[in-house]
Every structure is written in C-alpha cells, then in structure tokens.
Design a protein around this ligand. Structure first.
Ligand code: ZN
Ligand code: MN
Length: 478
C-alpha cells in the first residue's frame, strides 16, 4: 500500500454587497426577481458605453485584505479576460490578472495567494418545453465579484485536508459577514466555492493531474466532494489506471453523492488578458487611507473568540453560537454585564444555548427578552429561589411575553423556601412519619433519602428548595 499526499487549494468567488454594480449605476440587488430589470448600456455592452469603477467595491476588497493580514497593492489595474459565452455580453469579463488588489495573508490554517476584483456574469436559464431553449437574465451581469485564491496545501490525512478546506470556507464567510463585505449566501450563489484537488505519491511533489470541483453549495458538500475525489483518485492509482485521472472540471451531484465530469481541460485556456484601456490605473495607497481603514475594521471573529474565552470562561461550543449570531452575542454581553459574576454568566449561557435556542427552534414567536429580565431569572435560579424546573417554565413564558420573572414566580408560587427554620418543622414531621425509609437510609442505602425529599417538597406545596432539604435531612439523620 502506497503512502499518499493529499493536496487541496480553494478558489472562492463572493459577490460584494454594494448599492450599485461594479462599472455602472445599475442597482446591485440579488433579490430582484424580475429578469433584466437592473440593466443599462454599460452592463449590456452597448457600443460606446464606458465603464466607471465602483469605489465602494474596491474599498470592500481592501477591507477584506486588511482583515486577512494581506498586502494591499500600491498599483493595481483591470484587465480584459476574453472568452465567448452568452451570459457575458461584452465578449470579455473585466477582471484582474497581473496586479490583483490583495496578495498574501492567511486565515484558518491556509495561506492566501491573492484576491482580485472582477464583474459577475448574467444567469442562463434553461427551459425544456417547446423543444428546449435558454433565456438570459442580466440582472447579475456586472455585479462586483471578488475572487480569492489560496495556495495549495498538502496533508497526509485526507480527512484533515477536507476539514481544513471546508473550515477555511466557513471562516471566510464569517469574516465577510463581520466586515459587511458580502452576504455570502452559498445557496443563493453569492459565495461560490471551488476546490482544486490532487493526490501525489511523492512527498513535496504536486501532481499535475488535478481536478477542479464545482457546485459546492454548502460546507458539508465541500468536505464530502474533496473526500470523494481523493478516494476516486486513489482507486484509479491502485488499479494502475493513474492515466485516467485527467485535468478536468467536475461537479458534485447531490443526489448521487459523487462528483461527475463536466468538461475536460485541454491545456490552459488562452484568455488573451490585457489591461482594459477604458479604465484608469489605480494607485491604492494614495486613493485610500489604509491605516484609518485598518483601525475601523471592528472586532473580527478571532479576537472575539479570544475575548469570550478570557472574559466569560464559557464553553467553546457556546462561544461559537455567539460568533455566528452577532445579535445574540450583543444581547448576551448585556446580560453578562448586568450579572457581573462568572458563575452566573456561565449559568446564563447554558440556558441561552440549550433552552432558549431549543425554544426558538420549535416556536417562531420566541424572541429575546430584555437583558434585565433574563438576568433577573438567572439570579433567582443561581440563588436557589426557584428550581431549575421553574426556571425553564418561566423562561418559556418570558420569551413570548417579556415580563418580570420575579413577578411570575410570585404569582405562581414558584419561590422556593430557603428558610431553614420553617423547613425544619416539615423535615422533622416527615422523618417521624417514615420510620421504614429512615431505617433503610441508616442501613447504608443513601439513595433512600430522595423519597423523603419528595415527600417534604410535596408537604411544602413545592416551595422547598431541594438542596436545603437534603442538607437538613443529612444533618438530622446523622
Ligand atoms: Zn448597468
Ligand atoms: Mn473569476
């Protein structure tokens, strides 16, 4: 059995969230349903129409580069990438070739080669009726699109390679959200991930037989498709059919759970790149105040994770819930500020990530309470004024109607009695009424005490704090 080296590199396209398109004043509205609404002579390539670059889009790419610790080019320009396809009306795509805006940087254990800015294409829509025909919607044509390319990374474990790649895509999406650069919705095609995959039998040697896998519309699929490709390639190598691994584009078929060949690559496509003479050269260090932009990036996921670990001491999974839901995080931080006590904050986080999130999943009416009311509930639970059962019940009510938990507890007799003096009388009564259980307990069966606890809580009409009851019982039965 050979030893294999597993290589993966990613190309990720993401549509920038701007008001208008990349080179014209048409709206950039991914939710526009009426075809060919946001179009004009520029994005329809009418003769004589001239492009004007969108500064906000360039700024968006620079922001992403700054957040990744990349180098922002001083000089940059746009090139024409020539190819013919119906969804590209000019016969070329405005892209960047030699001088991308961003180079270098890294994220989530992968090194980044570059990020360049280009324009998106239109959408082909195929119809089967009347013998089959296609229509093109140009609403998307000319939408600013940033293309990130990573370095190829080699692993000895295929699972790890696939995990690192899908995790990179996830972290990149998160970063784009934090920066407000893109909505990066993979299902809507706002973020499109492609993986270049190859297997080598020699350490440090990249196989020229690589495959580009497309149609990866979720992080799970990114991982699955990469693993599938490794298995497919190794099967061919082991069968002595390595020559059948060819440079090609494959797509992941969700229904069949496998990749399928889409088109073979015959050498490198010749796009005859050249600088677009209609667009100005860009001197980015002059046009943008990079230091100021860097200082205004805001808190990014990595820093936020570290702060949560340091300030709140909550579980890593809990932190991830907040990292992925900034509105929930902001609310949690307000609650934590009111509680101002590490143990209470941990308890609060448990109720948020398990109980609150559970309630929200089953009922669309569930919403966040005021931070004050939630903090009050957690304080009562922590001090033992209410049982954990009562805490859950009250939580279920205040996420629908945001009321004072204390008021609900009082009105429904949910306040546990912590008054030892008053409870002692009940404990004594139950002990004297239950000689058999007491004998079993004293005979060494410690669990027997729980049946006494149940009786005492019942006798107190549910108000007795079980912790105090157990403590009293243990003292009195010594
Ligand atoms: Zn336009
Ligand atoms: Mn591209």
């Amino acid at each position: 059995m050979n030893k294999y080296y597993y290589t993966v590199g990613l190309e990720i396209h993401a549509e920038l969230k701007t008001k208008t398109k990349m080179f014209c004043a048409c709206l950039n509205n991914p939710d526009e349903e009426k075809p060919n609404t946001n179009i004009c002579p520029v994005c329809m390539a009418h003769p004589g129409a001239l492009p004007v670059p969108n500064k906000k889009a360039i700024e968006g790419v620079i922001k992403v580069g700054l957040a990744l610790g990349s180098t922002i080019a001083d000089f940059s320009e746009f090139d024409r990438k020539n190819y013919f396809y119906p969804d590209i009306p000019k016969g070329y795509q405005i892209s960047q070739f030699k001088y991308p805006i961003v180079s270098g940087g890294n994220l989530a254990n992968m090194d980044i080669t570059r990020i360049h800015l280009e324009e998106d294409t239109g959408n082909n829509k195929h119809f089967d009726k009347d013998g089959g025909y296609s229509l093109i919607d140009f609403n998307r044509a000319g939408v600013p699109l940033m293309e990130l390319v990573t370095e190829p990374h080699t692993f000895e474990d295929p699972e790890e390679a696939a995990k690192v790649a899908s995790n990179f895509a996830k972290e990149y999406q998160l970063l784009l959200w934090y920066l407000g650069a893109s909505d990066a919705n993979m299902e809507k095609g706002e973020m499109r991930v492609e993986a270049n995959v190859s297997v080598s039998t020699e350490k440090g040697v990249l196989s020229p037989r690589y495959v580009e896998v497309k149609n990866l519309n979720s992080f799970k699929v990114v991982e699955k498709a990469i693993k599938y490709e490794y298995e497919r390639m190794i099967e061919l190598i082991e069968a002595g059919r390595e020559s059948e691994i060819v440079k090609e584009t494959r797509g992941f078929d969700e229904a069949k759970q496998k990749t399928i060949s889409q088109r073979k690559k015959e050498g490198a496509a010749d796009y005859r790149y050249f600088p677009d003479p209609d667009l100005p050269k860009m001197y980015l260090h002059e046009a943008f105040d990079l230091e100021k932009m860097k200082s205004e990036l805001g808190e990014l996921p990595v820093a936020k994770r570290a702060r949560y670990k340091n300030d709140f001491g909550i579980k890593e999974e809990d932190t991830e819930v907040y990292i992925n839901d900034p509105a929930l995080a902001e609310w949690f931080e307000k609650v934590a500020g009111i509680l101002n006590d590490v143990e209470a904050i941990k308890l609060a986080s448990n109720y948020i990530t398990s109980d609150y999130m559970g309630l929200k999943k089953t009922n669309p009416d569930v919403k966040l309470t005021s931070p004050e009311n939630f903090a009050e509930l957690i304080k009562m639970a922590k001090e033992g004024y209410i049982s954990s059962r009562a805490t859950k019940d009250i939580l279920g009510r205040i996420v629908i109607n945001d009321e004072s938990p204390k008021k609900i507890a009082e009105e429904n007799n949910l306040i546990q009695s912590n008054d030892e003096g008053a409870l002692k009388t009940i404990v004594e009564k139950i002990i004297s009424e239950s000689p058999e259980v007491v004998a079993i307990y004293k005979g060494g069966k410690e669990n027997a005490i729980m049946s006494l606890v149940g009786k005492i809580i019942k006798e107190s009409n549910g108000s007795a704090n079980p912790q105090i009851v157990i403590k009293l019982l243990k003292e009195m039965l010594k």
